[in-house]
Design a protein around this ligand. Structure first.
Ligand SMILES: [Zn+2]
Length: 234
């Protein structure tokens, strides 16, 4: 299947955009790491200030190992920042930390799409774990039942990614608004922060596009197989 020219062709747009997005985030993060925020706030301080300004007092902020491992955990109500973003006071660190605080804000204010996203998470992680397995079994056993099951399971991941996109854009929008409102960054600094956050969002767009094309490929192949060209599948 990997050597199927159709597969290669359909994966190409996603791969190109993913490569472009990776290069963009690397350069934006590098630029953002060169400048210190004029307020002097570290990532952890910026996230705390944003949450405090919105009346959120009960979300602890913890440093976590690894690079760009930053995330907000809605089930435990904890904001985790990679060590660099936790302790540095660069515009990149402050921007990423503020984005994660944006997720805490969404949670506290019951942003509808985040609620939907959290509901889909268990289904999507089940789907992503078993989709490929079902597809492989379906191809080996020539079972259309398993192939369609694999496609349905895979589509839960795509639905998750589609719901996740506006959630990510909204978190960045809230982050930039709050950073300026609380005086943590100036309008000129917002330009740099915006570049970092937009580039990060692009990596999500690329991943979503890749999944959509992958799903489309599975769908086209399954339709080809069920209309009698079974040998074509492998
Ligand atoms: Zn995010």
């Amino acid at each position: 299947m990997v050597f199927d020219p159709l597969y290669m062709l359909m994966m190409l747009p996603g791969m190109l955009i993913a490569g472009w997005a990776q290069a963009k985030i690397a350069s934006a993060y590098r630029e953002g790491s060169r400048y210190r925020a004029s307020s002097g706030a570290t990532g952890a301080q910026a996230a705390a200030a944003i949450m405090r300004a919105e009346g959120i007092e009960n979300v602890p902020i913890e440093p976590v190992a690894g690079q760009l491992t930053d995330h907000y955990d809605p089930s435990k109500k904890v904001l985790r920042l990679s060590e660099t973003n936790y302790e540095y006071n660069t515009l990149a660190a402050v921007g990423v930390a503020a984005h994660e605080a944006g997720h805490a804000l969404q949670d506290a204010h019951h942003y509808p799409l985040m609620t939907v996203r959290n509901l889909i998470v268990p289904l999507a992680s089940f789907g992503s774990n078993f989709a490929i397995m079902a597809l492989v079994v379906g191809m080996m056993a020539r079972s259309m039942w398993f192939i369609w099951l694999g496609i349905i399971l895979f589509s839960t991941t795509v639905v998750f990614q589609l719901v996740n996109l506006p959630v990510e854009f909204d978190a960045s929008r809230r982050a930039r608004k709050e950073l300026q409102r609380t005086g943590l960054i100036s309008p000129e600094e917002d330009r740099v922060v915006g570049k970092v956050l937009n580039a990060a969002a692009m990596t999500y767009v690329a991943a979503t596009l890749t999944s959509i094309f992958q799903l489309l490929y599975f769908f086209l192949r399954a339709r080809g197989s069920s209309s009698g060209r079974r040998d074509d599948y492998v």
